[in-house]
Design a binder for this molecule. Structure first.
Ligand SMILES: [Mg+2]
Length: 324
């Protein structure tokens, strides 16, 4: 990816530039990171993010139960808080645009699960909005508090750092492929992949640990795949990122599924999105400390002086992502 950018990435860049005019001096971090950060009292920060699920874009009605949507909506938002470091989730507001033909039972089930999830993660639902719409969509804004330790942005990585992944890699993309394919036998055979798509785990404890110890120089949650995450770190931290996920990054279920589909597992791991693991960088000398604190964290690349992001090693040479 010597800088292949999707239309969405280009538009986001334009949005971030356009709105970078913080009139409020308490706004420590504005557009362009996983969350905005507002210092509301000395040493006390509010950490804020928003995300949504749109029918036809993020899921299809035929494979989405209201409980799935409620769980995923809250979890993808909390995942953004996790990627900022030590943040305690506090509350959210939630809204939806609904087609006229949406059964009342669907909405009640969505609400019931949303409440159960809010209680599970210890956050309040502070308000929201409802409107009619042509396609169903569900959105949320969530905020948390921070103050004890420095927050981790996307732009602190340095040449010589290692690139780490903590959490699933490629599983959700395979899960979505199974759901789109609609084959019941595949769904039954690969439950972990489908679960990875619908129930991402916001890695709040791991994020807090990395924030508290100051071990992560840059961090984001993996919403758009390893390749896109590497490109973001490369652009914002002004480094060259070489991505090289080793065999250890592929769990047996993804290995079995990619064999069935005759695709390399790295196709899912590198290009697939919506895993919501933590992707972070750290100086190479911290490798042992990171392994001790987060045994599941895997080195998936390294940073050099320069620009751009490319794949390295697993087929014996450096390649741009387009050739993969
Ligand atoms: Mg994010």
């Amino acid at each position: 990816m010597k800088n292949r950018k999707t239309g969405e990435a280009r538009l986001l860049e334009h949005i971030e530039k356009t709105f970078r005019f913080p009139l409020d001096r308490r706004l420590l971090l504005g557009p362009g990171d996983d969350c905005a950060v507002l210092r509301h009292a000395p040493g006390k920060d509010l950490v804020i993010t928003t995300d949504e699920l749109v029918e036809g874009t993020h899921y299809l009605a035929r494979f989405a139960a209201p409980e799935d949507l409620a769980r995923k909506l809250i979890r993808i938002n909390l995942s953004d808080l996790a990627s900022m470091g030590e943040v305690t989730p506090v509350s959210c507001v939630v809204g939806s645009g609904l087609r006229k033909d949406t059964p009342e039972d669907f909405i009640l089930r969505f609400m019931k699960e949303l409440k159960a999830e809010a209680l599970r993660f210890g956050i309040s639902i502070a308000g929201g909005n409802l409107a009619g719409a042509r396609e169903n969509h569900f959105y949320m804004t969530v905020w948390g508090e921070s103050g004890g330790s420095e927050l981790v942005t996307r732009y602190g990585a340095k040449p010589g750092d290692l690139l780490f992944n903590f959490g699933p890699l490629g599983l959700a993309a395979a899960g979505l492929e199974i759901l789109l394919g609609g084959r019941a036998a595949e769904k039954k055979k690969f439950p972990g992949l489908v679960k990875a798509f619908w129930r991402p785990e916001p890695l709040l404890k791991a994020g807090a640990l990395l924030g508290r110890t100051g071990l992560a120089s840059a961090m984001l949650d993996n919403s758009d795949g390893l390749a896109r995450s590497a490109a973001i770190i490369s652009e914002l931290s002004r480094c060259r990122v070489l991505v090289s996920p080793g065999e250890g990054a592929c769990p047996p279920e993804l290995r079995a599924y990619s064999a069935l589909k005759k695709k390399p597992w790295r196709h899912y791991a590198v290009n697939g999105g919506e895993d919501y693991g933590l992707i972070f960088t750290s100086p190479a000398k911290e490798l042992a400390r990171i392994k001790a604190l987060l045994p599941g964290a895997l080195v998936v690349g390294r940073l050099e002086k320069g620009s751009g992001s490319e794949l390295e090693n697993f087929n014996g040479k450096v390649e741009s992502f387009e050739h993969f």
